[in-house]
Design a binder for this molecule. Sequence first.
Ligand code: CP
Length: 324
Amino acid sequence: MNNIQLDQQGRLKHFLGIEGLERTLLIDILNTAASFLSIDAKAVKKAPILRGKTIVNLFFEPSTRTRTTFELAAKRLSADVLNFNVDTSSASKGETIIDMLHNLEAMHCDMFVVRHNACGAAHFMAQHVSPHIHIINAGDGEHEHPTQAMLDMYTIRQYKGECAPLRVAIVGDILHSRVARSDIHALRTLGASEVRVVGPKTLIPKGVEALGVKVFNNLKSGLHEVDVIIMLRLQRERMQGALLPSAHEYFQYYGLTEEVLKVAHPDAIVMHPGPINRGVEIDSTVADGERSVILPQVSNGIAVRMAVMAMILGVVIPEQKEVH
Ligand code: CP
């Protein structure tokens, strides 16, 4: 398969989306992240693996977790990191993204971590940069958020073991969620036994069953005996028209409370990519409760992003054997 993300030897050159990537590559990322977790736990959180490399965070949309954990991951691998401020750049004077990239390339940068509200933005950039430049997609519109999916898979493996025997429910605004799309591809590729999407009809994309998921419009039915619950935020910034009555009513029907959680498997974990909206999609008692692994997800994001950057820049040859 001709995948722009891979070089001729099948190694990661860019990381743009989970769709089309082989299971072995996803497992390599998880195993490499596991080896980096020890650096993250040390008193001196540094390894000289990316010394001399320059990584630019290019965020055209707001971010707390992704931008910060990419920066920490790059710094822990000893790379130089530039947080490019798009708002005060020459983009506001009409400079195109491609001209901007070529100018940053002329400053001898090695990798761009890109978040943009347009689907395909990172892919477009990967097609236009010089061959030695690498692009990581940190979220493109409603399309994909591949490092979020990998940190979600890492967290699931950490708490539940390998993906295969698990039932996973993704709940909420599936229609506008790049996290849902990337998670579905990752869960299906890693062989989860059942992937469900749960939400009101207006927030479930038509034809989503083709991705190999089961659709539920009733929350309790959708969560019945699941092992993993991934809650999503309502992406109001991407909604056009009235797709929902009110936040209050949404919480009544689709909010995750302690009461609703009882229908899931007794050991089910609760995940959320953040930012969470308490009292809209999730009750505080659940978000802060013992089943919640929302903050460990954030911590795991550092090791996973270290792994992706190191694998792309060719400094880690991951072991092929699977570690669970
Ligand atoms: N999960 C996620 O993408 O969070 P941020 O928008 O804060 O980066």
